[in-house]
Design a protein around this ligand. Sequence first.
Ligand code: IPM
Ligand code: MG
Length: 459
Amino acid sequence: MKAHSDKKSHERSHEKSNCANLELIHKKPEDILRSRIGANRRAPSHAQTLLDHTMMAASAPVSFRLSASTGASFRRAAGKQARLPAVRAQRALAVSAAAKSYKITLLPGDGIGPEIMKTAREVLEEVGTQYDINFDFTEALVGGAAIDATGVPLPPETLATCQASDAVLLAAIGGYKWDTLPAAQRPEQGLLGLRAGLGVFANLRPANILPQLIDASSLKREVVEGTDIMVVRELIGGIYFGKPKGFGEDEDGNRTGFNTMIYSVPEIERIARVGFETARKRSNKLCSVEKSNVLEVSQLWKEVVTRVHEEEYPDVELSHMYVDNAAMQIIRAPTQFDTIVTGNIFGDILSDAASMLTGSIGMLPSAAVGTDGPGLYEPVHGSAPDIAGQDKANPLAQVLSAAMMLRYQFGEEEAAAKIEKAVSDCLDDGYRTGDIMSEGCTQVGCVKMSEILMAKLKA
Ligand code: IPM
Ligand code: MG
Protein backbone atom coordinates (compact mmCIF):
# COMPACT_ATOMS: atom_id res chain seq x y z
CA MET A 1 0.00 0.00 0.00
CA LYS A 2 1.20 3.43 -0.76
CA ALA A 3 1.58 5.61 2.26
CA HIS A 4 0.71 8.74 0.40
CA SER A 5 -2.60 7.63 -0.86
CA ASP A 6 -5.50 9.96 -0.77
CA LYS A 7 -5.81 13.43 -1.77
CA LYS A 8 -8.39 13.28 -4.41
CA SER A 9 -9.35 16.55 -2.87
CA HIS A 10 -5.78 17.72 -2.53
CA GLU A 11 -4.23 18.07 -5.92
CA ARG A 12 -0.83 18.62 -4.50
CA SER A 13 -1.07 15.35 -2.78
CA HIS A 14 2.05 13.71 -1.71
CA GLU A 15 0.48 10.48 -2.63
CA LYS A 16 1.10 10.58 -6.28
CA SER A 17 4.65 10.57 -5.52
CA ASN A 18 7.80 9.61 -7.05
CA CYS A 19 10.71 11.00 -8.68
CA ALA A 20 14.23 11.34 -9.18
CA ASN A 21 17.13 12.82 -7.56
CA LEU A 22 17.86 16.00 -9.31
CA GLU A 23 21.21 14.90 -10.40
CA LEU A 24 19.53 12.15 -12.29
CA ILE A 25 16.73 14.38 -13.45
CA HIS A 26 19.04 16.64 -15.26
CA LYS A 27 21.61 14.35 -16.57
CA LYS A 28 21.90 11.69 -19.14
CA PRO A 29 23.25 8.38 -17.80
CA GLU A 30 26.76 8.90 -19.10
CA ASP A 31 26.88 12.28 -17.42
CA ILE A 32 25.70 10.80 -14.14
CA LEU A 33 28.56 8.39 -14.32
CA ARG A 34 30.98 11.15 -15.07
CA SER A 35 29.69 13.24 -12.24
CA ARG A 36 29.86 10.30 -9.85
CA ILE A 37 33.54 9.99 -10.53
CA GLY A 38 33.93 13.69 -10.13
CA ALA A 39 34.76 14.51 -13.71
CA ASN A 40 33.33 17.19 -15.89
CA ARG A 41 31.59 19.07 -13.13
CA ARG A 42 30.10 22.31 -14.35
CA ALA A 43 31.30 25.32 -12.46
CA PRO A 44 28.59 27.84 -11.69
CA SER A 45 28.84 30.96 -13.73
CA HIS A 46 27.73 34.16 -12.21
CA ALA A 47 27.48 35.69 -15.62
CA GLN A 48 24.25 33.82 -16.19
CA THR A 49 20.92 35.27 -15.40
CA LEU A 50 18.70 33.68 -12.84
CA LEU A 51 16.59 32.28 -15.60
CA ASP A 52 19.57 31.01 -17.47
CA HIS A 53 20.60 29.28 -14.30
CA THR A 54 17.26 27.76 -13.71
CA MET A 55 16.73 26.52 -17.18
CA MET A 56 20.16 25.12 -17.50
CA ALA A 57 20.53 23.41 -14.21
CA ALA A 58 17.01 22.13 -14.32
CA SER A 59 17.58 20.37 -17.52
CA ALA A 60 21.04 20.22 -18.86
CA PRO A 61 23.44 17.36 -18.72
CA VAL A 62 26.39 18.06 -16.50
CA SER A 63 28.61 18.45 -19.51
CA PHE A 64 26.47 21.27 -20.82
CA ARG A 65 28.03 24.67 -20.98
CA LEU A 66 26.09 27.77 -21.68
CA SER A 67 27.57 29.58 -24.62
CA ALA A 68 27.93 33.29 -24.11
CA SER A 69 25.64 33.92 -27.03
CA THR A 70 22.83 31.81 -25.62
CA GLY A 71 22.44 33.95 -22.56
CA ALA A 72 22.81 37.08 -24.60
CA SER A 73 20.23 36.00 -27.09
CA PHE A 74 17.75 35.28 -24.35
CA ARG A 75 18.26 38.70 -22.87
CA ARG A 76 17.99 40.26 -26.30
CA ALA A 77 14.85 38.35 -26.99
CA ALA A 78 13.39 39.13 -23.63
CA GLY A 79 13.81 42.80 -24.42
CA LYS A 80 14.35 45.76 -22.23
CA GLN A 81 12.03 44.65 -19.52
CA ALA A 82 14.03 41.56 -18.77
CA ARG A 83 17.42 43.11 -19.18
CA LEU A 84 17.49 45.24 -16.10
CA PRO A 85 16.34 42.55 -13.74
CA ALA A 86 18.77 40.16 -15.35
CA VAL A 87 21.62 42.50 -14.57
CA ARG A 88 20.39 42.84 -11.04
CA ALA A 89 20.19 39.10 -10.73
CA GLN A 90 23.78 38.76 -11.85
CA ARG A 91 24.87 41.25 -9.30
CA ALA A 92 22.92 39.49 -6.59
CA LEU A 93 24.59 36.24 -7.49
CA ALA A 94 28.03 37.80 -7.41
CA VAL A 95 27.43 39.45 -4.07
CA SER A 96 25.99 36.29 -2.60
CA ALA A 97 28.96 34.27 -3.75
CA ALA A 98 31.38 36.62 -2.03
CA ALA A 99 29.47 36.96 1.22
CA LYS A 100 28.16 33.39 1.24
CA SER A 101 25.20 34.37 3.29
CA TYR A 102 21.68 33.87 2.03
CA LYS A 103 18.39 34.95 3.44
CA ILE A 104 15.92 32.11 3.06
CA THR A 105 12.27 32.26 3.95
CA LEU A 106 10.98 28.86 5.02
CA LEU A 107 7.26 28.22 4.62
CA PRO A 108 6.46 24.86 6.21
CA GLY A 109 2.72 25.30 5.62
CA ASP A 110 0.33 22.48 6.43
CA GLY A 111 -0.01 18.71 6.65
CA ILE A 112 3.32 16.97 6.25
CA GLY A 113 4.92 20.36 5.50
CA PRO A 114 6.51 20.95 8.92
CA GLU A 115 7.93 17.38 9.04
CA ILE A 116 9.64 17.57 5.67
CA MET A 117 10.75 21.17 6.11
CA LYS A 118 12.57 20.17 9.31
CA THR A 119 14.63 17.74 7.27
CA ALA A 120 15.36 20.29 4.55
CA ARG A 121 16.52 22.81 7.11
CA GLU A 122 18.84 20.33 8.79
CA VAL A 123 20.25 19.36 5.43
CA LEU A 124 20.87 22.98 4.47
CA GLU A 125 22.54 23.65 7.81
CA GLU A 126 24.81 20.68 7.31
CA VAL A 127 25.91 21.64 3.80
CA GLY A 128 26.23 25.21 5.04
CA THR A 129 28.78 24.02 7.58
CA GLN A 130 30.59 21.94 5.01
CA TYR A 131 30.74 24.60 2.31
CA ASP A 132 31.02 27.64 4.51
CA ILE A 133 27.65 29.08 3.61
CA ASN A 134 25.59 30.96 6.15
CA PHE A 135 21.84 30.57 5.89
CA ASP A 136 19.75 33.17 7.55
CA PHE A 137 16.41 31.38 7.94
CA THR A 138 13.12 33.08 8.69
CA GLU A 139 10.01 30.95 9.11
CA ALA A 140 6.69 32.43 8.06
CA LEU A 141 3.08 31.33 7.92
CA VAL A 142 1.17 30.45 4.79
CA GLY A 143 -1.90 28.38 3.92
CA GLY A 144 -4.07 26.81 6.58
CA ALA A 145 -1.52 27.53 9.31
CA ALA A 146 -1.79 31.23 8.44
CA ILE A 147 -5.58 31.10 8.32
CA ASP A 148 -5.64 29.63 11.82
CA ALA A 149 -3.21 32.20 13.20
CA THR A 150 -4.23 35.33 11.33
CA GLY A 151 -7.45 34.66 9.43
CA VAL A 152 -5.89 34.89 5.97
CA PRO A 153 -3.85 32.37 3.92
CA LEU A 154 -1.13 34.85 2.95
CA PRO A 155 -0.55 37.45 5.66
CA PRO A 156 1.06 40.64 4.29
CA GLU A 157 4.08 40.07 6.59
CA THR A 158 4.67 36.70 4.98
CA LEU A 159 4.71 38.13 1.47
CA ALA A 160 6.95 41.01 2.58
CA THR A 161 9.37 38.59 4.26
CA CYS A 162 9.48 36.44 1.12
CA GLN A 163 10.03 39.43 -1.16
CA ALA A 164 12.88 40.63 1.03
CA SER A 165 14.67 37.29 1.02
CA ASP A 166 17.06 35.73 -1.48
CA ALA A 167 14.91 32.64 -2.00
CA VAL A 168 11.76 31.03 -0.67
CA LEU A 169 11.51 27.37 0.24
CA LEU A 170 7.92 26.17 0.56
CA ALA A 171 6.69 22.77 1.72
CA ALA A 172 2.95 22.37 1.10
CA ILE A 173 -0.38 23.89 1.96
CA GLY A 174 -3.96 22.69 2.48
CA GLY A 175 -5.87 20.15 4.49
CA TYR A 176 -9.32 18.77 5.30
CA LYS A 177 -9.83 21.34 7.98
CA TRP A 178 -10.00 24.21 5.49
CA ASP A 179 -11.73 22.32 2.65
CA THR A 180 -15.13 23.73 3.40
CA LEU A 181 -14.06 27.37 3.28
CA PRO A 182 -15.16 29.36 0.23
CA ALA A 183 -12.57 29.15 -2.54
CA ALA A 184 -11.38 32.71 -2.01
CA GLN A 185 -10.42 31.99 1.61
CA ARG A 186 -8.80 28.60 1.19
CA PRO A 187 -5.12 27.84 1.81
CA GLU A 188 -4.57 27.48 -1.95
CA GLN A 189 -5.11 31.21 -2.31
CA GLY A 190 -2.04 31.72 -0.15
CA LEU A 191 0.08 29.81 -2.62
CA LEU A 192 -1.39 31.58 -5.63
CA GLY A 193 -0.89 34.97 -3.96
CA LEU A 194 2.69 34.08 -3.18
CA ARG A 195 3.44 33.06 -6.76
CA ALA A 196 1.84 36.22 -8.11
CA GLY A 197 3.46 38.40 -5.42
CA LEU A 198 6.90 37.07 -6.29
CA GLY A 199 6.22 37.31 -10.04
CA VAL A 200 7.44 33.77 -10.61
CA PHE A 201 5.85 33.18 -13.99
CA ALA A 202 7.86 30.15 -15.08
CA ASN A 203 7.45 26.86 -13.26
CA LEU A 204 9.88 24.13 -14.14
CA ARG A 205 8.64 20.67 -13.27
CA PRO A 206 10.95 17.88 -14.25
CA ALA A 207 9.78 14.29 -14.50
CA ASN A 208 12.31 11.68 -15.32
CA ILE A 209 12.95 8.16 -14.34
CA LEU A 210 15.24 7.34 -11.48
CA PRO A 211 16.73 3.94 -12.16
CA GLN A 212 16.32 2.96 -8.49
CA LEU A 213 12.59 3.67 -8.60
CA ILE A 214 11.54 2.45 -12.00
CA ASP A 215 9.50 -0.39 -10.56
CA ALA A 216 7.53 2.05 -8.45
CA SER A 217 5.90 3.45 -11.59
CA SER A 218 2.36 2.37 -12.30
CA LEU A 219 3.31 1.97 -15.95
CA LYS A 220 5.31 -0.81 -17.51
CA ARG A 221 9.07 -0.52 -17.38
CA GLU A 222 9.34 -0.62 -21.18
CA VAL A 223 6.94 2.33 -21.49
CA VAL A 224 8.59 4.59 -18.93
CA GLU A 225 12.24 3.68 -19.28
CA GLY A 226 14.19 6.65 -20.59
CA THR A 227 11.49 9.20 -19.76
CA ASP A 228 12.97 12.65 -19.24
CA ILE A 229 10.38 15.38 -19.50
CA MET A 230 10.52 18.99 -18.41
CA VAL A 231 7.16 20.68 -18.10
CA VAL A 232 7.47 24.45 -18.33
CA ARG A 233 4.21 25.68 -16.86
CA GLU A 234 3.05 29.30 -16.98
CA LEU A 235 2.32 30.02 -13.35
CA ILE A 236 0.78 33.42 -12.75
CA GLY A 237 -1.74 33.84 -15.55
CA GLY A 238 -4.40 31.96 -17.46
CA ILE A 239 -7.61 30.74 -15.91
CA TYR A 240 -6.14 30.76 -12.41
CA PHE A 241 -5.95 34.53 -12.41
CA GLY A 242 -8.21 35.69 -15.29
CA LYS A 243 -11.03 38.10 -14.69
CA PRO A 244 -13.96 38.25 -14.61
CA LYS A 245 -14.49 35.34 -12.27
CA GLY A 246 -17.04 34.58 -9.67
CA PHE A 247 -20.58 33.38 -9.21
CA GLY A 248 -23.67 34.72 -10.90
CA GLU A 249 -27.01 33.80 -12.33
CA ASP A 250 -28.08 33.01 -15.86
CA GLU A 251 -31.20 34.28 -17.63
CA ASP A 252 -33.27 31.44 -16.20
CA GLY A 253 -32.22 32.26 -12.68
CA ASN A 254 -29.83 29.31 -12.39
CA ARG A 255 -26.69 29.89 -10.32
CA THR A 256 -23.52 29.99 -12.35
CA GLY A 257 -19.84 29.93 -11.61
CA PHE A 258 -17.27 31.28 -14.05
CA ASN A 259 -13.61 31.93 -14.65
CA THR A 260 -11.77 33.49 -17.52
CA MET A 261 -8.94 31.86 -19.38
CA ILE A 262 -6.93 34.75 -20.72
CA TYR A 263 -3.37 35.33 -21.92
CA SER A 264 -1.84 38.46 -23.36
CA VAL A 265 0.81 38.41 -26.07
CA PRO A 266 3.66 39.44 -23.70
CA GLU A 267 2.65 36.74 -21.22
CA ILE A 268 2.80 34.10 -23.93
CA GLU A 269 6.05 35.45 -25.36
CA ARG A 270 7.93 35.33 -22.06
CA ILE A 271 6.89 31.80 -21.16
CA ALA A 272 7.50 30.65 -24.75
CA ARG A 273 11.07 31.97 -24.50
CA VAL A 274 11.64 30.04 -21.29
CA GLY A 275 10.30 26.97 -23.11
CA PHE A 276 12.62 27.44 -26.09
CA GLU A 277 15.64 28.22 -23.92
CA THR A 278 14.95 25.16 -21.80
CA ALA A 279 14.56 22.98 -24.88
CA ARG A 280 17.84 24.28 -26.31
CA LYS A 281 19.64 23.09 -23.24
CA ARG A 282 18.06 19.66 -23.45
CA SER A 283 17.29 17.86 -26.72
CA ASN A 284 16.22 20.97 -28.63
CA LYS A 285 12.63 19.70 -28.88
CA LEU A 286 9.72 21.77 -27.65
CA CYS A 287 6.08 20.73 -27.64
CA SER A 288 3.60 23.54 -27.10
CA VAL A 289 0.38 22.25 -25.57
CA GLU A 290 -2.96 24.03 -25.91
CA LYS A 291 -6.54 23.55 -27.04
CA SER A 292 -6.63 25.71 -30.15
CA ASN A 293 -9.25 23.56 -31.83
CA VAL A 294 -11.75 25.05 -29.37
CA LEU A 295 -10.38 28.00 -27.40
CA GLU A 296 -9.53 31.47 -28.67
CA VAL A 297 -6.99 31.90 -25.87
CA SER A 298 -5.22 28.81 -27.24
CA GLN A 299 -5.37 30.11 -30.80
CA LEU A 300 -3.47 33.18 -29.67
CA TRP A 301 -1.10 30.99 -27.69
CA LYS A 302 -0.28 28.90 -30.75
CA GLU A 303 0.09 31.95 -32.99
CA VAL A 304 2.50 33.66 -30.58
CA VAL A 305 4.56 30.55 -29.89
CA THR A 306 4.85 29.99 -33.64
CA ARG A 307 6.01 33.55 -34.23
CA VAL A 308 8.55 33.49 -31.38
CA HIS A 309 9.85 30.25 -32.85
CA GLU A 310 10.24 31.68 -36.34
CA GLU A 311 11.76 34.94 -35.20
CA GLU A 312 14.00 33.86 -32.37
CA TYR A 313 14.39 30.09 -32.12
CA PRO A 314 14.22 28.57 -35.62
CA ASP A 315 16.85 26.00 -34.58
CA VAL A 316 14.51 24.41 -32.00
CA GLU A 317 12.22 21.63 -33.21
CA LEU A 318 8.74 22.86 -32.33
CA SER A 319 5.56 20.81 -32.31
CA HIS A 320 2.03 21.64 -31.23
CA MET A 321 -0.37 19.31 -29.45
CA TYR A 322 -3.90 19.60 -28.10
CA VAL A 323 -3.99 19.08 -24.37
CA ASP A 324 -6.28 16.05 -24.46
CA ASN A 325 -3.99 14.31 -26.89
CA ALA A 326 -0.96 15.34 -24.82
CA ALA A 327 -2.49 13.74 -21.72
CA MET A 328 -2.95 10.53 -23.67
CA GLN A 329 0.49 10.61 -25.29
CA ILE A 330 2.25 11.20 -21.95
CA ILE A 331 0.81 7.94 -20.70
CA ARG A 332 1.07 6.06 -24.01
CA ALA A 333 4.58 6.96 -25.12
CA PRO A 334 6.25 9.39 -22.72
CA THR A 335 9.70 9.20 -24.29
CA GLN A 336 8.46 11.15 -27.33
CA PHE A 337 8.51 14.29 -25.14
CA ASP A 338 11.42 16.39 -24.10
CA THR A 339 10.33 19.91 -23.11
CA ILE A 340 6.68 20.86 -22.90
CA VAL A 341 5.54 24.46 -22.63
CA THR A 342 1.97 25.13 -21.64
CA GLY A 343 -0.43 27.37 -19.77
CA ASN A 344 -1.25 27.34 -16.10
CA ILE A 345 -4.09 24.84 -15.82
CA PHE A 346 -2.86 22.50 -18.55
CA GLY A 347 0.56 22.51 -16.88
CA ASP A 348 -1.01 21.76 -13.52
CA ILE A 349 -2.70 18.67 -14.92
CA LEU A 350 0.04 17.44 -17.23
CA SER A 351 2.76 17.77 -14.61
CA ASP A 352 0.81 15.54 -12.25
CA ALA A 353 0.30 13.00 -15.02
CA ALA A 354 3.98 13.15 -15.94
CA SER A 355 5.04 12.73 -12.33
CA MET A 356 3.32 9.34 -12.18
CA LEU A 357 5.54 7.98 -14.90
CA THR A 358 8.40 8.29 -12.50
CA GLY A 359 6.67 6.20 -9.85
CA SER A 360 6.04 8.71 -7.13
CA ILE A 361 5.38 12.40 -6.91
CA GLY A 362 7.01 12.26 -3.47
CA MET A 363 10.43 12.68 -5.05
CA LEU A 364 9.79 15.58 -7.43
CA PRO A 365 11.11 19.07 -6.76
CA SER A 366 10.21 22.19 -8.70
CA ALA A 367 11.43 25.72 -9.23
CA ALA A 368 9.35 28.78 -10.00
CA VAL A 369 11.22 31.80 -11.21
CA GLY A 370 10.65 35.24 -12.66
CA THR A 371 13.07 37.59 -14.32
CA ASP A 372 14.40 38.84 -11.01
CA GLY A 373 14.15 38.42 -7.27
CA PRO A 374 13.68 35.36 -5.12
CA GLY A 375 12.50 32.15 -6.73
CA LEU A 376 10.01 29.83 -5.09
CA TYR A 377 11.22 26.29 -4.59
CA GLU A 378 8.74 23.61 -3.59
CA PRO A 379 8.04 19.94 -4.01
CA VAL A 380 5.42 19.13 -6.66
CA HIS A 381 3.47 17.07 -4.14
CA GLY A 382 0.94 18.38 -1.69
CA SER A 383 0.37 18.46 2.04
CA ALA A 384 -0.85 14.84 2.30
CA PRO A 385 -3.12 15.48 5.28
CA ASP A 386 -3.97 11.78 5.47
CA ILE A 387 -0.49 10.94 6.68
CA ALA A 388 0.44 14.20 8.40
CA GLY A 389 2.02 13.80 11.83
CA GLN A 390 2.39 10.04 11.42
CA ASP A 391 6.04 9.96 10.45
CA LYS A 392 5.19 8.52 7.02
CA ALA A 393 6.09 11.42 4.77
CA ASN A 394 8.81 11.27 2.16
CA PRO A 395 11.13 14.24 2.79
CA LEU A 396 13.17 13.77 -0.37
CA ALA A 397 11.28 16.08 -2.76
CA GLN A 398 11.59 18.84 -0.18
CA VAL A 399 15.28 18.19 0.23
CA LEU A 400 15.76 18.10 -3.55
CA SER A 401 13.86 21.38 -3.82
CA ALA A 402 16.40 22.86 -1.41
CA ALA A 403 19.15 21.54 -3.67
CA MET A 404 17.43 23.11 -6.67
CA MET A 405 17.37 26.39 -4.78
CA LEU A 406 21.09 26.20 -4.02
CA ARG A 407 21.97 25.57 -7.61
CA TYR A 408 19.56 27.81 -9.47
CA GLN A 409 19.29 30.75 -7.15
CA PHE A 410 22.78 30.87 -5.75
CA GLY A 411 24.99 28.92 -8.12
CA GLU A 412 26.07 26.71 -5.19
CA GLU A 413 26.65 23.76 -7.45
CA GLU A 414 28.79 21.70 -5.10
CA ALA A 415 26.46 21.97 -2.15
CA ALA A 416 23.51 21.11 -4.38
CA ALA A 417 25.27 18.12 -5.87
CA LYS A 418 26.25 16.94 -2.41
CA ILE A 419 22.61 16.85 -1.34
CA GLU A 420 21.54 15.07 -4.51
CA LYS A 421 24.26 12.49 -4.08
CA ALA A 422 23.17 11.85 -0.48
CA VAL A 423 19.59 11.29 -1.67
CA SER A 424 20.78 8.92 -4.34
CA ASP A 425 22.92 7.05 -1.79
CA CYS A 426 19.91 6.51 0.47
CA LEU A 427 18.01 4.98 -2.44
CA ASP A 428 21.00 2.89 -3.48
CA ASP A 429 21.05 1.43 0.01
CA GLY A 430 17.42 0.40 -0.42
CA TYR A 431 15.77 2.82 1.97
CA ARG A 432 12.25 3.78 0.93
CA THR A 433 9.36 5.68 2.42
CA GLY A 434 5.92 4.14 1.90
CA ASP A 435 5.17 6.00 -1.32
CA ILE A 436 8.19 4.58 -3.14
CA MET A 437 8.38 1.23 -1.37
CA SER A 438 8.99 -1.85 -3.46
CA GLU A 439 9.90 -5.44 -2.75
CA GLY A 440 13.26 -6.11 -1.18
CA CYS A 441 13.67 -2.56 0.07
CA THR A 442 13.64 -1.29 3.65
CA GLN A 443 10.62 0.81 4.53
CA VAL A 444 11.36 3.77 6.79
CA GLY A 445 9.50 6.80 8.06
CA CYS A 446 10.33 10.45 7.62
CA VAL A 447 12.51 10.67 10.74
CA LYS A 448 14.55 7.59 9.88
CA MET A 449 14.97 8.63 6.25
CA SER A 450 16.17 12.00 7.44
CA GLU A 451 18.69 10.40 9.83
CA ILE A 452 20.03 8.21 7.05
CA LEU A 453 20.24 11.19 4.76
CA MET A 454 22.18 13.19 7.33
CA ALA A 455 24.56 10.30 7.85
CA LYS A 456 25.14 10.11 4.09
CA LEU A 457 25.76 13.84 3.97
CA LYS A 458 28.31 13.64 6.74
CA ALA A 459 30.03 10.57 5.34
C1 IPM B 1 0.23 22.69 -7.89
C2 IPM B 1 -1.04 22.69 -7.07
C3 IPM B 1 -1.56 24.09 -6.93
C4 IPM B 1 -1.92 24.55 -8.32
C5 IPM B 1 -2.74 24.27 -5.98
C6 IPM B 1 -2.48 23.73 -4.61
C7 IPM B 1 -3.16 25.71 -5.90
O1 IPM B 1 -1.95 21.82 -7.62
O2 IPM B 1 1.18 23.38 -7.48
O3 IPM B 1 0.28 22.01 -8.90
O4 IPM B 1 -3.01 24.25 -8.80
O5 IPM B 1 -1.09 25.22 -8.92
MG1 MG C 1 -1.18 20.63 -9.18
